[in-house]
Design a protein around this ligand. Sequence first.
Ligand code: GLU
Length: 482
Amino acid sequence: MTQEIRVRFAPSPTGKLHIGNARTAILNWLFARHSGGRLILRIEDTDLERSSKESEEGIYRDLIWLGIDWDEGPDIGGEFGPYRQMERTDIYGKYIDSLLGKGHAYHCFCTLEELDEMREKAQAAGKTDVWYDGRHRNLTAGEKEAFIAQGRKPVVRLKYPDEDISFHDIVKGDLTFPAGSTGDFVIARSDGTPTYNFVVVIDDGLMKISHVIRGDDHLSNTPKQIAVYRALGWQAPQFAHIPMILGDDRTRLSKRHGATSVQGYCEAGFLPAALINFMSLLSWSSPSGDEILSLERLVEEFDFSRVSKSPAVFDNEKLAWMNGMYIRALPLSRLTDLCLPYLEKAGYPLPQRDKLEQIVSLVQDNLERLKDCVEKLEFVFADRVAPATPDAVRMIEKESTPKVFWSFLRQADKVEHLDFAQFRKIMKTVSNETGVMGKDLWMPVRVALTGDIHGPDLPKVVDIFGKERCKKRIESALHLEK
Ligand code: GLU
């Protein structure tokens, strides 16, 4: 019988969903959907001080925004719940007792001073990994009672086996953690709360997780978790440790590299499909070599054999490029919906819907993030525009420019409406009348209307502005000139 594929995304609700964690969620989701398995969302909220309901809500919101759905979780329940660790404390207690009962774990009554002493001694001997000397492994009943009588509160430690722990990691290959590289670690603190390396095994085991796909910052925890599986007599899942994400300076991606939360990318106007596409390609590649991949293709093609072992660099420029590709592929009305909140927030006087769509269309081809529409469209909503760059100033200051403008105004007065077609005709007449041609003819008009020498299609701008607005801008440019 083949095992059902069950994977989990297990975030701690201690802040905004980090982009690195979102990548873990995406790879779990792709693997689950590719293989017809199930994705479980588990909230690891045992850090009471740092966990919050607000962060948990943020995780749901960000995953939904990304388009990642799950099959079991705190919000939707499931056969293996509860899916919030703080609702599972009774379960953990039961397994701690069972390991104690079977002699796989023991109470350790060492005081902080004793532990410090052990640590110092180990350090002096050059051992930094394992410092606990196992002194309470085999306490007699009498010794235990004496410690309890002294008011000492014990922790529970797992008897870490004196053997190599080897496993096959789907991404990293065969790995061995030699005997002696880990000591008897704490599975329950003196207040009775269990530790991460213990609860994660209980949860993954009871939730029948078949594959643990997570960041390779957890790799050093894996032998400890395997030791817990062995003590429980459970079969460990398969592990896939995915490489970490680095910033463009090759250090671990952090706040220093700018926005690192999913919410930050959402607010800056990245599209979820672009973000999923980009993040899937951080450590995986399509056999086709294609870079723009729809969700359907990602799901169809995703496979661990093409996941790289080495760290991935988060290239913001590539993400922006990819986002631009997705923006260009949007229907105009959808892009308008998406730009609307940014334009509203900027306080621009927004016209009717059809006109607004026309305005948004001006920037569809050169928008990399939705929020850039505010800056790129400022010239449309402003009362007047000043030349934005030295090149633009130069065009306005050209000797031939005033005569082009005056001629334009004269021609514009002759027509009732100034639209796309009329504009071209007028510019031809202006050229004939003034003898000015090409760049010297078109650029000053562009700068007068939009403020810059590059930018949206001029006839389209004219269409949107109409006669009066165009005249006003040209007049204003002439005035600037004086
Ligand atoms: N809660 C852990 C984290 O957010 C994940 C644990 C795991 O995937 O094993 O880093």
